[in-house]
Design a protein around this ligand. Structure first.
Ligand code: NMX
Ligand code: MLT
Length: 437
């Protein structure tokens, strides 16, 4: 058994009594109330999910297993000479809750290496797509086709105790996480580089190998490490994580789960916002005929977008009420590596004008930028100008957190998710103080 799986097993065994005790002794304790506005309004702030993988504080931002991102960037081990930590380290942390040392990271790297080879039919499925297909549709389908490889499904149909569900789920999760960079890089090379595949290099870490397969030089390996780490989880209420949990609660295999969450991520209000930001900036660039706009011209452009009924991509958040720390981490990287890049200059000018405009407009509860306002700029700088591809990168990172969640969901025996719905008439009666049971 790998070190990661052994530690995970021990953690699961010691965690189970906590969940059992809460259910048995405190099951009736009231946690939250629900209002009509929350029911109609997308369940904002409704405390109705549980996860220990990460927690999102509206003012502070995300903590993975209790650690802020800046803390993790400091504590996690890094490959020799690298600026950013190992992606393998974040896998270890999210699955077990412990900060790994070099030995643990090497163990995860070995696990990933053993499992990364794609079945031939996955390439054939990707090749069969028309080249004008959106990369997220190809990505989701490529993952879906591998459902036939599921170890969990085989075990389930063979008869397995509920208490052991986590084990084959873990095997599926690691198998898939190892393969996602290969799938992503192949989609990129197929769609935009004439199908010239670059074979993976087993001597490199995940970040280094992904940059190698994409055919992009240093420091793109560090960009990949940073990118996958900051996208890995955002507690479980966001659409991709919630989709993963919901679909996984039916005991669908990990391939079905991750394909489904990718479909949720592909919406412009969620992960696709990173490509929307670039599309919007290109519009701005065209309008300015390549010259840097003045702050006044920029303000006008933002107002024109709002007045035409569109949202400002990369701004606002359903939970956060300050600038997303993931935005700030990426901004720091840009300032260090390419402060004079014209797109970065646009982005930084927008950071100055958009929040005050959104506040003046008075609709958005959070006028500050989220991670998507900055992530595409970095990809563009390193040569990935095909912005349709950006959400695939988000998806590779997000799969880490969702896989960790699914394994723990099964380890702790979380059941099928099935909230109750009401009719409009029932809500009207409740509003009038009438009883509806
Ligand atoms: N630009 C213009 N209007 C906005 C924005 C924005 N960036 N953000 C919120 N609003 C509007 C929103 O459309 C709503 O309008 P209306 O009352 O007419 O329906 C109003 O402000 C209240 O919305 P909120 O409660 O502040 O935001 P909500 O929780 O509903 O939605 C987002 C959150 C993230 C969907 C929203 O802020 C948005 O559409 N942002 C732009 C898209 C984006 O950047 N998405 C990426 C989010 C991060 N991610 O990767 O998933
Ligand atoms: C995410 O990373 O999933 C986004 O910031 C959206 C969210 O948390 O609601």
């Amino acid at each position: 058994m790998s070190n990661l799986k052994q530690v995970l097993y021990e953690k699961i065994m010691s965690w189970r009594p906590r969940t059992e005790k809460l259910l048995k002794e405190y099951g009736d304790v009231v946690v939250d109330k629900v209002t009509i506005a929350q029911i109609i309004g997308g369940m904002r702030d409704l405390k109705s999910l549980v996860t220990d993988i990460s927690y999102l504080d509206p003012m502070e931002g995300i903590r993975y297993r209790g650690y802020t991102l800046p803390e993790l960037f400091e504590k996690l081990p890094r490959p020799k000479g690298a600026e950013m930590p190992y992606i393998e380290g974040i896998i270890y942390l999210l699955f077990t809750g412990d900060i790994p040392g070099q030995r643990e990271v090497t163990d995860v790297a070995d696990e990933i290496n053993k499992r990364r080879i794609l079945p031939r039919y996955v390439y054939e499925v990707i090749d069969a797509f028309p080249t004008y297909s959106h990369p997220m549709a190809i990505f989701s389908t490529a993952i879906l086709t591998m459902s036939r490889e599921s170890f969990f499904s085989k075990k389930y149909h063979g008869g397995i105790s509920k208490l052991d569900y986590w084990d084959p789920t873990y095997e599926d999760a690691l198998n898939l996480l190892a393969k996602l960079p290969e799938i992503g890089a192949y989609i990129y090379r197929k769609l935009y580089k004439g199908g010239q595949r670059i074979l993976s290099n087993p001597n490199l870490d995940m970040g280094g190998n992904f940059a190698h397969m994409m055919g992009i030089d240093k420091p793109y390996d560090d960009v990949t490490r940073m990118n996958l780490i900051i996208h890995a989880d955002h507690e479980s209420g966001n659409v991709s994580a919630h989709t993963g949990h919901l679909v996984g609660s039916t005991l669908s295999d990990v391939y079905l789960v991750i394909s489904a969450m990718i479909n949720g991520l592909a919406g412009p209000l969620h992960g696709l916002a990173n490509q929307e930001v670039l599309r919007w900036l290109q519009d701005l660039n065209e309008r300015m005929d390549g010259k840097i706009p003045t702050l006044e011209e920029l303000r006008q452009f933002v107002w024109d977008t709002l007045n035409s009924g569109q949202v400002i991509p990369g701004y606002g958040h359903a939970v956060l009420r300050k600038t997303d720390p993931r935005y700030l981490i990426q901004r720091e990287f840009c300032l260090k590596h390419f402060p004079d890049d014209p797109l970065f200059i646009y982005t930084d000018m927008l950071f100055k004008v958009v929040p005050e405009i959104l506040m003046e407009q008075g609709k958005a509860k959070n006028p500050w930028p989220n991670l998507d306002a900055q992530s595409g700029i970095i990809q563009w700088h390193y040569g990935i100008t095909e912005y349709d591809f950006y959400t695939v990168l988000f998806g590779i990172g997000r799969a880490i957190g969702i896989c960790a969640n699914i394994v723990w969901d099964r380890a702790l025996g979380y059941p099928l998710e099935r909230p109750k719905s009401l009719t409009t008439e029932m809500l009207e009666k409740i509003a009038m103080g009438e009883h509806t049971d």
